[in-house]
Design a protein around this ligand. Structure first.
Ligand SMILES: [Zn+2]
Length: 280
């Protein structure tokens, strides 16, 4: 029996529907359809989400984190059940595994997205916006910091109208055992409070917080250390794991110490350095 005309027509119609869809899935000509990964929001989620006691999502980060997690899943580094927009410990581990697969070690495989790895992971999958980075290593008061931290300290000094002196810099693995690894990577400094009144110490911590540091005045009763201010640059992609955790704790209202105490510093709206700069 001859096929009725409408069956031929239906088959042709199906082909017509399927063919363009297959073509667009493999074509580079559809950038508008790609998700956008906001690097600032993604890195922020990677610091806060692993510290959360619940599965609240970091505001503004969900679609970006989802796109990153889908890319990690496609590389068999993350199980489908964890592709949920929450950059928790398993996503950090998966991202670190991806960084190692690129040949990175140490800080470059800290599970915190850097511009190069994030862009490579998104090849033909997503577009990266709001890229951030630590910049080059520079000297300050005989210590090493990165250019981003240096710029943040310079702005803090401008706000205060006074010079700040460091007690400890960044990229200092094993330098000070009381620091528990927080100074191993970038973005972390200790500021001398010698000669400052209690009010001045608080004012310095507040100014540091204004420009995007998680900063706390530390006193000798809290650890085996003299009075100082410990400051961690939020969203520095060179943070050690311990410092990443302190940023997360800061957002969650904690003091960043092992005792998980409440934040004892001057509370102000929390901002990153990039957010602060955009508001100037
Ligand atoms: Zn410190």
């Amino acid at each position: 029996m001859r096929r009725p005309w409408y069956a031929v027509g239906l088959a042709a119609l199906c082909l017509a529907v399927v063919a363009p869809a297959q073509a667009s899935a493999t074509s580079d000509a559809t950038p508008a359809a790609r998700p956008v990964v906001d690097m600032e929001a993604t890195v922020l989620a990677a610091q806060i989400d692993p510290r959360r006691p619940d599965n609240t999502l970091t505001p503004g980060a969900k679609s970006s984190v989802l796109a990153v997690e889908q890319a990690l899943q496609a590389k068999n580094l993350l199980d489908a059940q964890w592709v949920d927009g929450y950059f928790g410990t398993l996503t950090v581990s998966a991202y670190a595994a991806y960084q190692r697969s690129l040949g990175y070690t140490g800080l470059a495989a800290n599970g915190l997205p850097g511009t190069t790895s994030l862009t490579k992971l998104g090849l033909n999958r997503y577009t990266v916006t709001n890229t951030i980075g630590p910049g080059a290593k520079v000297q300050r008061d005989g210590f090493v910091v990165n250019a981003r931290t240096q710029a943040m300290l310079t702005e803090t000094q401008r706000l205060l109208g006074q010079t700040l002196v460091l007690d400890q810099g960044s990229y200092n693995p094993g330098g000070d055992p009381t620091s528990a690894g927080t100074h191993d990577g970038g973005g972390v400094v200790d500021i001398s409070v010698t000669g400052m009144t209690a009010a001045k110490r608080t004012a310095v911590a507040k100014a540091l917080r204004q420009v995007g540091f998680a900063a706390w005045v530390r006193d000798p009763s809290q650890g085996d250390w003299p009075w100082h201010i410990h400051a961690v640059a939020i969203n520095d992609t060179d943070l050690s794991t311990q410092a990443q955790n302190q940023v997360g704790d800061y957002y969650l209202g904690l003091n960043g110490l092992a005792n998980h105490g409440r934040d004892d510093g001057p509370r102000i709206p929390i901002k990153t350095w990039e957010q602060y700069q955009r508001e100037q």
